[in-house]
Design a protein around this ligand. Sequence first.
Ligand code: HEM
Length: 145
Amino acid sequence: MPKTYISVLMITAGLLLSGCQSLHKEPDNNLYLQLGERTGIASVVEDLLYLIVDDERINEQFKGMDVAQFHRNLTDQLCELSGGPCEYSGRKMRELHAAMGITDTQFNALAENLILAMEKNHVPTAAQNRLIKQLLPLYPDIRHL
Ligand code: HEM
């Protein structure tokens, strides 16, 4: 077989192989694992709920909500956002928070409580920051900007 054919074949095989590798790349679920998978996230959300109830800056907004539904939906949302095998099936962020008139202080209060809840569950600081970073794109919908 002529040399040029051999090199063309080798390049094609190489391209096909690298294509296959990228197709089979594992999804990045590192953050999900660092949060302790769905059980760990559920525990963070439970502690977050206690902190919300005690926080005068935001607790009025949460009065009368369905606690079990909030817990399940926020757990699924954080699980999905961190690369876990969950699917958020709650309401759309913009519609849900639209009439609440959430201020920056209130948004920050919730983020602060989430960090405290992660601290309590021994989530490493780098993972805490990564989760907060995943939540930032939701800011305009929650603030209704
Ligand atoms: C990063 C910020 C936030 C995220 C990711 C978030 C996410 C969520 C999720 C997933 C739910 C449950 C949805 C459902 O059950 O269909 C929810 C409900 C709720 N959120 Fe937020 N939220 C955020 C910030 C806030 C803030 C700052 C407030 C007010 C101070 C707030 C007030 C509420 C209330 C009152 C509910 C319950 C509504 C109801 O059941 O009628 N949220 N949120």
